[in-house]
Design a protein around this ligand. Sequence first.
Ligand code: SAH
Length: 214
Amino acid sequence: MTDFRAEKSKLIEALQEGGISDESVLSAIADTPRELFIPETFKNHAYENSALPIDRGQTISQPLVVAKMTEALEVHNRHKVLEIGTGSGYQAYILSKLCRRLFTIERHRLLMQQAEKRFQSLRAYNITTMRGDGGRGWPEQAPFERIMVTAAAEDIPPVLIDQLTVGGIMIVPIGAVEDHQDLLKVTKTESGIDVEDMGPVRFVPLVSGLPTGG
Ligand code: SAH
């Protein structure tokens, strides 16, 4: 098996240069074998700071974006966290190292099955998965202290705000077209929400309903 140690420490340096300073986030990323989350063909690129294609036309996010979103989520080890858009499972696995329980939803059956295998082999027993439409959240498990959406919604989904605790944080890319998306940090307050714009990003769209045939 290839030893990615040198590539990995270069990536961690790149994340620090990119403005990531939270040690718990940096060590969660350093402790995660990204090569296990990507298709065989791209394994040599596992520690480049770039997004990569996965099955079903989806992508595993760029490590710097994963790090920024994770840092902005301010995850604590007592938190119950929901992720929408499991994809490869990479972001979910990183979050699971920082929180108490991680729930994650994916609409593609194949991606969900692949991610579940990875979680099992990595013994990530605090992750619970569901194949479904994440736009509806996970009402049976709500409320969540933190929610991360890893596909771009057109507007902040009110259903997800409902499933957040007061004081809870949601990170969500918003924008109808792919080259006009902004990452928002939404904090639920007693009276409504506070929204902070974290700048432009590029995500695959949040698609409602389920694909036919998995
Ligand atoms: N977090 C992923 C990156 C995901 S890409 C990772 O770390 O690899 C976005 C994912 O969101 C895709 O897998 C896509 O299928 C999924 N997705 C899009 N719309 C969805 C929806 N409504 N419900 C659940 N998953 C959705």
